[in-house]
Structure formats: C-alpha cells, structure tokens
Design a protein around this ligand. Structure first.
Ligand SMILES: Cc1cc2nc3c(=O)[nH]c(=O)nc-3n(C[C@H](O)[C@H](O)[C@H](O)COP(=O)(O)OP(=O)(O)OC[C@H]3O[C@@H](n4cnc5c(N)ncnc54)[C@H](O)[C@@H]3O)c2cc1C
Length: 417
C-alpha cells in the first residue's frame, strides 16, 4: 500500500523556515518513485533525499535550521563534502523543497546483482564480489553506506592466462570493500541512509505520463509522483517504457535502446571446503578471455565471511569455454570444481563438501546506450540509472549513474518550485 503526495511537509527539520526577509516559508514536498532496488536505485534514493553526495554541496532542505544534515541514519561521515568541488555553490542553504521517495523492488530484498547468501556459518557474495572507490568522493559514499560494517578485502588480485599460468597483477591495486555480513550491506546502507520508504517484494507493473507527473502502478493501484527514476535492468526498462502511457517518440527510443544492450551470461559457483586453502592472494582474474575460469576468489579473505579452518571459493566461469548449451547449475558446479583443482594445483578441490550455483543470464553489459537519452529523459522528469546507462558492468559505475540521476532529478524539482 502506497500513501503519498502531501504538498506541505511537516517533517521535523523540513518545516517552516525563515527567509532572509524574516518571512516564513513552507517547505514544498515533491515525490519521486524509484523503480529498482539494486545499487543504482538505492544510490538514486540516497542522492534524491538530500544527502551530501558527490557533486551536491548543500542540502539545506533536508537539514535543520542550523544546516545539520537530516536523515543521516548512520550519523558517521559527510560524503561529498565541499573539498572536491563540482557542486552548486550558488544554491541557497535551504531550497524550500523536500523530496519524498518511494523505492520499489520486485525481489524480497534489496541488492539486485549485489547478492549475498548465508549457509553453515558462511556468507558469500555470489554476484558482484566487492566495491572499490575510483576517488575520494566515492569513498565517502561507500563509507557512509557501509558504516561500521565496512571491511577491507585482504589480499591482492593476480592474473591467470589461458594456459593457467599465474602472474602478478597490477602494482597499484585500489582498496576493495565489502560488508562484514556481505556486500549487500552497500545497497541496504544506501537505502537506510536515504530515509526512502522501501517497498520490497513490490513489482512495478506499469508507468504512465500525465501532465502533472507520472503514474506508477503497483498491485493494480496507480499512484502519482512528480518524477520517476527507472533503475532496473534493461529488459525491465524496455517492458516498463515500451508499454508506458506516454505519447512521445523518446519513449520508444529509450525502450528500444535498453532492449538492445547485450549482456554477458556468467555462471557463479560457490565451492565450500572443510579445510583452509592457503594462497598468497585473494583472487585470480583471466583478462585475455582464454581460460574457462574468468574469476576465482577466496571468500575467507573477507572478514566475517568464512569460519577459521574452512575455505569458500567463488568461481565465475566463461560460459562458452566451460559449459555446454544450455548451461545448467550441475554442469557449472562440476566444471568449477575441475577448473579450481587444475588452476590451484590441488586435486582435493574437485570434491567440495557443499556447493551453490547461480546462472546469471544478464550479469554485465557489453556496451551502453547513447548518453543523450539520459538528458532527454530528464526533461520529462524521468531519471535513468543502471550499469546499462554507464555501459560497463561495474558496481561503482552503476552507483555513479544512480547518484547522477538522483541529483539531477532533485535539481529539476527544486528549480520547478
Ligand atoms: C556474477 C556477477 C559478477 C560481477 N562481478 C563484478 C565485479 O567483479 N566488479 C564489479 O564492479 N561489478 C561486477 N558485477 C556487476 C555489478 O553487480 C552490476 O553492474 C551492478 O550490481 C548493477 O546494478 P544495477 O543497480 O544497475 O542493476 P541490478 O543490480 O540488476 O538492479 C536492478 C533491480 O531492479 C529490480 N527490478 C526490475 N524490474 C522491476 C520492477 N518492474 N519493479 C521493481 N523492481 C524491479 C530488480 O529486481 C533488481 O533488483 C557482477 C555482476 C554479476 C552478476
């Protein structure tokens, strides 16, 4: 059940504010629906509700009269503070607009392709394996989202060739992070920090454009929002926009472009062993694409993931080199065990004591869509976010698109006041 659309907020800290002439201004509440609870959607919510994010300097509308930031659920850091530049310094500290966000996610939990499972005292990230920050601004967002759960992934990444030869990886390797309880703490932490109302297990059925905003249909009921951010995987974007009640050529352009983004299939296999596999590195990656194992990582290098004296390997296979057609979980498990034994030169690895396998049919995009679509959609109060917008299947790239979409939609709503 979604109940929304107040026009004047009574939230503490966002209510009546004195302006410079001493008159009292009412805060206007704008509403935004974010569709998709992966890292892109949760980052959109984080940027929308007024956290201090990269490129967004002042968020007085969500702060109290003294300018303190509200909604900092974790109360720890101050991501995106002004030293990095890139923000709107001319904006008044209190813009008079609050943004209320409903975040819809089909699945029972947030995360999408950031996914963590638990079994027999182990936790393992079987989608994206970690997050790293390309710069200090991102690091602050990651710190804010993960809070006290943030732990470093210990060890380096080495490279293996097509014939299985292992060599040193890059000299400079950025810090890699996950949550103590798993990488899904990242989208969950972003959503928590945003203060958005989260609706998990809630599939958005359709979208329709109206003169005064967007209609979002959930469980047969339609709800009006001032703006929408679509942060789903592209097949869902194509369905939502392809069938949307929105009579402009852009609708078809975005739907067709999203539908045309090719994705790699990645079988991801967890292999558990009741003994420790000691190696002087965290993971092996195959960069030339000539080996049947694209990625092999030791989850025990992540604090909190694997009990002492045990090992849990995550093996991501190249489907064309390792599996028949169509790939099956059983074939993936068997191929992963064989490949791990050969690559790590340890025959015991053929016989894990338990296993798990997920065939990600749309794991990572091979390219993106034309950048002008993002700008054109914004003119209709429609934000687009996701790794397909970035054109690369990287966690930080998806996160960046979410921050961008949230920030830009928010700016539109503020200027519309
Ligand atoms: C096996 C694997 C390995 C990877 N390895 C790495 C790696 O090493 N490094 C790296 O940086 N990245 C890696 N990635 C990529 C990374 O996980 C993704 O790029 C990133 O998580 C994409 O986030 P997203 O928010 O764009 O999409 P998603 O995570 O797919 O989120 C979209 C969400 O939208 C929801 N949704 C869809 N339709 C609707 C609807 N109608 N209503 C409501 N909700 C809807 C979906 O349920 C989903 O939760 C990997 C991915 C996989 C699968």
């Amino acid at each position: 059940m979604v109940a929304r659309n107040p026009t004047v907020s009574t939230t503490p800290g966002s209510g009546p504010q004195p302006n410079t002439a001493g008159r009292v201004l009412e805060a206007v509440a704008r509403t935004v629906a974010v569709v998709g609870g992966g890292v892109a959607g949760t980052a959109s919510a984080y940027a929308l509700t007024g956290r201090r994010t990269p490129g967004v300097e002042e968020r007085g509308a969500v702060g109290d009269a003294e300018g303190r930031s509200a909604g900092n659920a974790r109360g720890a850091h101050d991501p995106g503070a002004s030293d990095e530049g890139g923000g709107d310094h001319s904006r008044p500290a209190w813009s008079g607009v609050t943004v209320e966000v409903d975040l819809f996610e089909t699945a029972a939990a947030l995360g999408g392709r950031i996914a963590t499972r638990e079994r027999d005292g182990c936790r393992y990230d079987y989608g994206a394996n970690y997050v790293k920050a390309p710069d200090a601004r991102f690091q602050r967002v990651i710190d804010d989202a993960l809070g006290a759960d943030r732990v470093p992934v210990d060890g380096r990444i080495r490279v293996h060739d097509g014939d299985g030869t292992v060599r040193e990886g890059r000299d400079e390797q950025a810090d890699r992070w996950t949550g103590y309880g798993g990488l899904d703490a990242l989208p969950t932490g972003l959503a928590d920090a945003s203060g958005a109302t989260v609706h998990t297990g809630t599939h958005v059925e359709s979208l329709a454009r109206r003169e005064d905003g967007w209609l979002v249909t959930v469980d047969g009921d339609s709800h009006r929002y001032d703006a929408v951010i679509v942060a789903t995987e592209p097949s869902s974007v194509a369905r939502l926009l392809g069938g949307a009640g929105w009579d402009v050529p852009l609708r078809e352009r975005v739907a067709t472009a999203a539908d045309g983004v090719p994705y790699r299939t990645v079988p991801s296999v967890a292999l558990h062993y009741p003994f420790r596999i000691e190696r002087p590195y965290y993971a092996l990656v195959n960069v030339d694409g000539d080996h049947r194992v694209g990625w092999l990582a030791r989850e025990e290098c992540k604090p909190g993931h694997v009990p002492d004296g045990e090992s849990l390997l995550i093996v991501q296979l190249s489907p064309t080199r390792a599996l028949g057609r169509p790939p099956t979980p059983d074939a993936a498990i068997s191929a992963a065990g064989d490949a791990a034994a050969a690559l790590l030169d340890d025959p015991r690895l053929r016989e894990p004591d338990w296993t798990d396998a997920v065939l990600w049919t749309a794991a990572q995009p091979e390219r993106g869509v034309a950048p002008d679509l993002f700008e054109r959609a914004l003119r209709h109060d429609l934000g687009l976010a996701g790794d397909w917008v970035a054109g690369t299947g990287r966690t930080f790239a998806a996160l960046q698109t979410g921050l961008d979409a949230g920030r830009r939609v928010r700016q539109r709503l503020e200027h519309d006041r």
